[in-house]
Ligand binder design. Structure first.
Ligand code: ZN
Length: 130
């Protein structure tokens, strides 16, 4: 049940170079990935991880109240700035529409991130990078 079972016949031949397999993988199919902006998503992921880690770290390990609140707010600030930056800079290369705004408007707070990642084309002008 490996990849070779599903892959079209002849994938080992020179007609199907390995680089072609990688770029054609269904794993990276979203509009944001295909317009070369997935690194912005990774910046957001990193900001979330770092911010939450600082927040929780301060909560459990700092006894002094003022310092604890200060550091916790730094954690929240990192998450907030990462999120705002990612929302403002992830754009359609064709019409410059901020595609994340579409996700916030249309989808629930539970799945806007997944929906934004799965977007196939620009919701405003219909631009498809393929
Ligand atoms: Zn567009």
């Amino acid at each position: 049940m490996g990849l070779s079972d599903e892959w079209p016949l002849g994938w080992e031949d020179d007609a199907y170079p390995r680089t072609g397999m990688v770029t054609g993988s269904p794993a990276d199919g979203g509009f944001i990935d295909r317009t070369g902006q997935s690194w912005r998503m990774r910046v957001l992921d990193t900001a979330l991880l770092v911010g939450v880690a600082i927040f929780l770290g301060a909560w459990v390990s700092i006894d002094e109240m003022l310092l604890r609140r200060l550091v916790m707010n730094v954690g929240v600030g990192i998450v907030f700035l990462g999120w705002v930056w990612q929302s403002l800079t992830t754009r359609c290369p064709h019409c410059r529409y901020r595609v994340m705004f579409h996700a916030y408007e249309k989808y629930s707070s539970l799945d806007w991130l997944l929906r934004a990642r799965a977007m196939r084309s620009c919701p405003k002008c219909g631009y498809d990078p393929d």
